[in-house]
Design a protein around this ligand. Structure first.
Ligand SMILES: [Zn+2]
Length: 435
């Protein structure tokens, strides 16, 4: 477990988020995760049939009257032919909207309020570990079956425990440490290459790079040469690169060939078009992050990198419409691959889906595009489209159901009543919604 000060610095530097995760614990899952490492990911029942009247398959297609058949952790059939009515149905999700489990491409899963309730409050390693496990639980219950945490060394044991099936939570990918741009102090290109290799050895699934300052001070913090070294070495190591970038850093990271740009405030339409032409994924945040700061001023005020007074938080109120403008412009650029990432920090875990509402309500994003951004497109960005992000035979059985239709009412993303991950049901409140 890394130190509280390090964690706090990472939280604030990312200029990311918060809320007391006050959601209620749902009733016991119909099936519970296996208790032994030896039988993990083996659902109690070998073959499961889900009936659905409406499925958004994750690629932008809507299917009607579907039977999804699952064996073990995988989907083996998605059947839309006429059904006899006599077959066995294990989970009846008719009347709901069924989707692939969502993917959040940018979270900080271990970030939590400290023991004193503040952003920099710290705590014992045990307290921090339980808070991280709680974040994972709330994220899963909100319908997110995969998250990319960018990142902290503390992500690694949580990722591994969830992968073993010994803790419930979303599938986690982590960058471990970030490459923190600090001008010349960051290191020579060779040192930067060594840093990238070190993260791989530590178990990183990707490399996170901070190439510029924060929202309000967006100067580049890495030279072009340093950025080239980081993204080139990651590529050689078979790892993707996510680059925290504002203003000039957006274009520089795109030209360098880094995989994905985070945040992006200050990007011009030409920068966005360049990303589209280069096939660079883009992950801007429409609202949840700043809304979290604004809702929780008392917890952030006076903590490192945040305003010293609550009045000082008005800066975030000014930035919010700039984020809306960026999202609105980006969504109109043909071919730009916009993924879904919330930057969830303390207090935002489990509220990730609010970002869908911000995108659709405040930025005019098409609801189906918003869903795809967290399904097949996100899976493609992770290099996992053959495993997750779509409801199709051969893929992991990550399946959620909403009470409502997000294409008609985007607030239905708040009403996740069913969560299955890799064939195991973690949440089933369908009896409440279908009565
Ligand atoms: Zn972040």
């Amino acid at each position: 477990m890394h130190s509280a000060s390090m964690r706090t610095a990472k939280i604030a530097l990312c200029f990311a988020c918060v809320l007391c995760c006050a959601g209620r614990i749902p009733p016991c899952a119909a099936q519970t995760p296996a208790q032994s490492d030896k039988i993990v990911h083996t659902p109690i029942q070998k073959r499961i049939v889900i009936a659905a009247s409406k499925v958004l398959d994750g690629t932008g297609r809507a299917l009607r009257n579907v039977r999804i058949v699952i064996e073990g952790s995988r989907i083996v059939a998605v059947d839309t032919k006429r059904h006899s009515g006599s077959e066995r149905i294990d989970y009846d999700l008719r009347g709901l909207t069924v989707l692939p489990g969502w993917i959040d491409s940018h979270v900080h899963i271990t970030a939590s309020y400290g023991s004193n309730g503040k952003n920099d409050g710290g705590g014992t390693p045990q307290e921090e570990a339980y808070r991280a496990a709680s974040n994972a639980w709330f994220t899963l219950m909100a319908g997110f079956t995969t998250v990319q945490s960018v990142g902290s060394p503390a992500d690694v044991p949580l990722r591994d425990a969830i992968a073993k099936g010994t803790l419930p939570g979303p599938r986690i990918l982590t960058s471990v440490e970030w490459l923190m741009g600090r001008g010349e102090q960051t290191g020579t290109p060779d040192e930067i290459r060594a840093f990238v290799r070190k993260q791989k050895v530590a178990g990183a699934d990707l490399i996170k790079i901070r190439a510029s300052g924060g929202m309000t001070q967006g100067a580049m913090t890495l030279s072009q040469e340093q950025l080239n070294a980081a993204c080139d070495e990651a590529k050689k190591q078979g790892l993707r690169t996510l680059v925290h970038a504002y203003r000039d850093a957006v274009r520089a990271a795109t030209l360098t060939g880094c995989s994905q740009i985070e945040h992006g405030l200050g990007a011009s339409d030409d920068d966005l078009k360049l990303m589209a032409a280069r096939g660079t994924y883009f992950d801007p945040q429409a609202g949840l992050l700043l809304e979290t700061y604004l809702r929780n001023k008392d917890k952030y005020v006076g903590t490192p990198y945040f305003p010293k007074t609550e009045e000082g938080f008005s800066v975030f109120e000014k930035i919010l419409p700039m984020n809306h403008d960026l999202m609105r412009r980006a969504s109109k650029i043909t071919g730009l691959k916009i993924v879904f990432g919330t930057d969830s920090l303390a207090g935002a875990h489990g509220l990730n889906a609010e970002e869908f509402i911000d995108r659709v309500r405040d930025c005019g994003v098409d609801p189906m595009s918003a869903m795809v951004s967290a399904n097949s497109l996100a899976a493609q960005a992770l290099g996992m489209s053959n495993q997750i992000g779509t409801i199709a035979p051969g893929l992991e059985a990550d399946i959620i159901a909403l009470d409502g239709d997000p294409l008609k009412d985007i607030t239905s993303v708040r009403r996740v009543v069913f969560v299955m991950k890799a064939g195991i049901v973690y949440k089933n409140e369908t009896h409440r919604s279908t009565q």
